[in-house]
Unconditional design. Sequence first.
Length: 191
Amino acid sequence: MNPLFQAGLEFQQFMKTRNWPFCFIGGLAVLRWGEMRMTQDIDLCLLSGFGNEDRYIYELLATFETRISEAVDFALTNRVLLLSASNSIAVDVSLSGLPFEEQMIERATPFPYAPDCSLLTCSAEDLIVLKAFADRTKDWTDVEGIINRQAPHLDIHYIITHLSPLCEVKETPEIMNKLEHFITHSQGHLG
């Protein structure tokens, strides 16, 4: 089995055993919804809330190795715990607590990546919101691929409704303009 999928299963089992709300985002979700691309790590979103992060961080660190020496401080400051799966695949665990993130996790569904490997990933719409909000060149490439591949099935209203307030808080209205550009150029494919 692909080492990424093995690492995903390992973390998914860890989360499910503890009934921790989570879903995979990033490259694994892009493999499901967008264009095929190389990804060498795993990103997942764990609903830790605000003020409870320590509990999750220390329990994760009791099982998984960290990739940096000051992992706890980094995680508390940046809300991302940098870990490694037992097969050395890098795994970034985002400590989430925003209402959008909670809804994204509730909307997540399993996807069969390989025989005996079904992983819980965010929806295509939620992935577009995350990628657009990150606003990096590679993220916009992913957004374009997701829109091109999923166009007839995308809920554009949902994407705009959830991305717009995040952009307001971040004071980056240009993100909405970029998204509109990708949507406009895919209008022939959007339902």
